[in-house]
Design a protein around this ligand. Structure first.
Ligand code: ZN
Length: 257
């Protein structure tokens, strides 16, 4: 299990350009280990390549709801996401002749992802400790902010619980004080005597209004967010070229919404 400093990436969503830009930034920051909090696939055009990168580079990998849906059934997904899941499954599911090789290896890798990993007082999950795959844990800036939900989750948190799923970089303290990174204040100190839920934001489909890829570094006594520009137009072009993908999936990358 990685020890600080290490990087946390989530919701890559088959966005190769964003993933490569983030990996280059992690390298520039001199950080070696990576934890991936799920949703490697879905929405984006390069699921196989992004799975290969995560498989090679991440020390810890958690299953996201999109990863699960590709293997199983896309229940609870809107048509937009469902079409992408079907497309991704067609592309990635091994055929009878794929006994060995990369296609089989990627599938087996996805099948073996854990929903929750506990490492001492650190927890890794995609959604929340109430429902690891599906539960959205938003901060107080969001319409779906649910303070009562936190009363169910925090007793299960030992110190830091890292999650993704909402695509909003957020630090939620046990006393329900929320903090959001912004230009010029990207770091949040972590007190040993308090518990935190830390959403690391989204690499491949940010939704907080900043289109740059988002990830976080746990330095030990603080979490530091990073925003990384990438070639959005290249990813957009690939999405627009796939019939099964709606145009809105390409356009939202420009807005970060
Ligand atoms: Zn996601």
């Amino acid at each position: 299990m990685p020890k600080p400093p290490f990087a946390l990436i989530s919701d890559l969503h088959a966005n190769l350009e964003a993933t490569e830009a983030v990996l280059a930034d992690i390298e520039r920051e001199g950080v070696k280990d990576i934890v991936c909090l799920g949703d490697i696939v879905g929405y984006g055009p390069d699921p196989d390549k992004v799975v290969d990168i995560v498989k090679r580079r991440a020390a810890v990998v958690i299953a996201g709801n999109h990863d699960w849906a590709v293997l199983n059934k896309p229940h609870g997904f809107n048509p937009l996401a469902r079409n992408v899941i079907e497309y991704t499954r067609d592309m990635m599911e091994p055929k009878l002749y794929h006994v060995f090789g990369k296609t089989r290896e990627r599938w087996t890798f996805l099948e073996n992802l854990a929903a929750v990993i506990q490492d001492g007082d650190l927890t890794y999950v995609h959604g929340s400790l109430r429902d690891p795959l599906m539960d959205y844990c938003f901060g107080d800036r969001h319409a779906l902010w649910n303070p009562a939900q936190l009363d169910q989750i925090f007793p299960k948190v030992k110190w830091l619980c890292f999650c993704g799923h909402t695509h909003f970089p957020t630090v939620i303290r046990e006393d329900k004080v929320c903090w959001y990174p912004a230009e010029g204040r990207m770091e949040h100190a972590l007190d040993r005597g308090r518990k935190y839920i830390i959403n690391t934001g989204s690499v491949g489909q940010p939704r907080d209004g900043d289109p740059r890829a988002c990830y976080a570094i746990l330095t030990g006594e603080a979490v530091r967010y990073r925003r990384v520009p990438y070639d959005i137009e290249k990813t957009r072009g690939k999405i627009l070229a796939i019939d099964a993908y709606e145009k809105v999936l390409a356009d939202r990358l420009q807005k970060g919404k």
